[in-house]
Ligand binder design. Structure first.
Ligand code: DGY
Length: 326
């Protein structure tokens, strides 16, 4: 048995856990639902390493309770569930899983775009509910994707990968992001202001991380700028979008439809009014959920965890500045 104690907040693919177990005394949370914050808090005092998911809130108080904590490894590319400045202050490296989920997530963003444009979920409900009585010229008519204008907000790895797919559909691609005009041009897009993008796009797809700056980036004002035929896709984080403003915009026909992989809050409550709208497609945060990609994410999270236990630099660290501090 190793001297290191590690807690993993959910079952991961067995091969990843078996590999991790060779390096530590391992406890894995066995429930389908995440452990309550207080449970992790109660354990962290004994831990050398914590492997967590985006459903776990890891804050300064939890880090303070974990006086031996050498590493926090998040099995996600996003890390808004972790107080990174607090981790850096305490010189705890935090790992994430960038890169391996890029193409899978971009596939899914495009799948949502297509599904909302062509009303696929509505079509299935129509058939299941016995409404398919005949072929009809206007039933379930949607929006064309080929040749339409796509607005990409946030042009990191996933935004750029969505742009690649859009090029195959001969779309005009407008981008609002931190990248330079030249960088965006090389990816096949045109850099524009947020307002220009909103006004001109047939589809708007969100790809920014959740930060104080991007919280409710798309709210009443922004939705009002969009075309009445526009479709909004969110595979980033739920709170990038103001859900109340979205509901009003969808209900009043200010925009045509939305397709959301992420919601605010998550999971979305069963009585949330967005769920009653036919023009709002919602799925349960599964954009990166292919078998192969989730296995790669688990492997990366384990790699980060093991490196942290050994006192080595994490292969993918979100707060590398801790290595520069003396
Ligand atoms: C991530 O890794 O941040 C994704 O949201 C998981 O799908």
């Amino acid at each position: 048995m190793s001297e290191f104690k590690v807690f993993v907040t959910r079952q991961l693919p067995p091969t990843s856990l078996e590999r991790l177990a060779q390096h530590c005394d391992l406890e894995v949370w066995d429930d389908f639902l995440p452990p309550e914050y207080e449970i992790v808090l109660g354990k962290v005092g004994e831990l050398d390493g914590l492997l967590c998911l985006l459903t776990d809130q890891i804050d300064a108080a939890l880090m303070d309770a974990g006086s031996n904590l050498k590493v926090i490894s998040n099995m996600a590319v996003g890390f808004d569930n972790i107080d990174i400045p607090a981790a850096s202050q305490r010189r705890i490296p935090v790992g994430n899983t960038p890169g391996v989920l890029t193409q899978t997530t971009a596939d899914f963003a495009f799948a949502l775009l297509m599904a909302a444009a062509r009303r696929i979920a509505e079509g299935q409900r129509y058939v299941q509910n016995g409404h398919w009585l005949t072929w009809h010229p206007t039933v379930l008519s949607g929006q064309d994707v080929y040749g339409a204008t796509l607005g990409i907000i946030g042009c990191g790895r996933i935004g750029a990968a969505v742009m690649c797919r859009a090029q195959g559909f001969d779309m005009r691609i407008l981008v609002n992001s931190l990248e330079t005009e030249e960088e965006v041009r090389q990816l096949g897009g045109e850099k524009v202001s947020l307002d220009e993008l909103l006004a001109a796009s047939d589809f708007v797809s969100l790809h920014v991380p959740l930060t104080d700056e991007t919280h409710h980036l798309i709210s009443e004002r922004e939705l009002a700028k969009m075309k009445p035929t526009a479709i909004l896709i969110n595979t980033a984080r739920g709170s990038v979008l103001d859900p109340k403003a979205l509901y009003a915009a969808l209900k009043d026909g200010q925009i045509l439809a939305a397709a959301l992989d992420v919601t605010d809050p998550e999971p979305i409550p069963a009585d949330d009014p967005l769920l009653a709208l036919d023009n709002c497609l919602i799925v349960p945060h599964i954009a990166s959920a292919s078998v192969a990609t989730r296995a790669k994410m688990a492997e990366m999270a384990v790699d980060n965890l093991i490196a942290g236990l050994r006192g080595e630099r994490l292969p993918t660290c979100v707060n590398p500045e801790i290595y520069e501090q003396s």
